[in-house]
Design a protein around this ligand. Structure first.
Ligand code: ZN
Length: 270
């Protein structure tokens, strides 16, 4: 859709129909076979670029942030990290095979649709700000019983939370012993220590320090230590590198994104 057509459509249509039209147009324009989205099942010529182009992302080698050429699916607008997560969940977990109580925090729309419609999954979604979730809550104070979830998915949330350790502990609390959580955040691979200055509160200052105006820290390679201090046993799995070059390109996912699988072990101290 050209910018002129976009302007006319925006002027003529209310927001929802406008976005539906924009999506349908992009889906048709980018239709093809070189790329395949695991979230919507669509075939495309390519995925779409997205992200901020700041020097910080390159200087600090931040995985899960910055501008990249193939990020967004033209069919469902899923992001590369959402596609990687779905591929992982399908291939490496049993949530699609057996009964699973799953809490999805700040749910990605495409993934949420799939998980909530899966018969084996008792699905609960929650978010602090959005209205289209089942429970409105803060990750540091989840209105959910102790040890009632088999699994939790919470991606790109903790970097927004002032007391992230309280959020990690809260997720650990609601997991049953033996349960697991996937807790993804942007990580600066060049940094051993997490960069956090709580005296910086302005959007400009946060963007300069962390790469995004609503982030309150930039995690370093010690992210795993923070998770373990909150009570988890953590395994890192660079699943993208297992997929091979062809599948990486076809699904538009990153090779160097570690999936943080956080277990609440049976008998772990709480
Ligand atoms: Zn898609």
């Amino acid at each position: 859709m050209t910018s002129t057509l976009r302007a006319v459509a925006r002027h003529l249509l209310p927001e929802q129909p406008y976005f539906r039209l924009l999506r349908a147009t992009k889906r048709m324009y980018y239709a093809g076979t070189a790329r395949q989205c695991p979230v919507c099942g669509g075939g495309f010529r390519r995925f779409l670029p997205a992200g901020l182009d700041l020097p910080l992302f390159r200087e600090k080698n931040i995985v899960g942030g910055g501008r990249a050429p193939e990020v967004v699916c033209p069919g469902c607008w899923s992001l590369n990290r959402e596609r990687l997560l779905l591929l992982y969940l399908r291939a490496k977990t049993r949530i699609f095979a057996g009964p699973t109580t799953l809490l999805h925090i700040a749910p990605e729309p495409g993934l949420s649709k799939i998980l909530s419609r899966t018969p084996t999954i008792r699905y609960v979604s929650t978010d602090l700000g959005r209205g289209n979730v089942m429970v409105r809550s803060d990750v540091t104070q989840l209105p959910i019983r102790d040890q009632s979830c088999d699994a939790v998915i919470c991606c790109h949330v903790l970097e927004h939370v002032i007391d992230d350790v309280a959020g990690m502990r809260e997720i650990c609390r609601v997991l049953r012993p033996g349960g697991w959580a996937i807790l993804q955040v942007p990580i600066a691979l060049s940094e051993a220590q997490t960069l956090e200055d709580l005296s910086v509160t302005s959007p400009e200052g946060r963007e300069r320090l962390y790469g995004q105006s609503d982030h309150v820290r930039l995690y370093g390679r010690d992210y795993r230590d923070r998770l373990e201090a909150a009570g988890f046993r953590v395994e890192l799995y660079r699943y993208g590198s297992d997929l091979g070059r062809d599948a990486l390109a076809r699904h538009g996912v990153l090779a160097d994104e570690d999936i943080h699988i956080c277990y609440r072990d049976v008998g772990a101290p709480q």
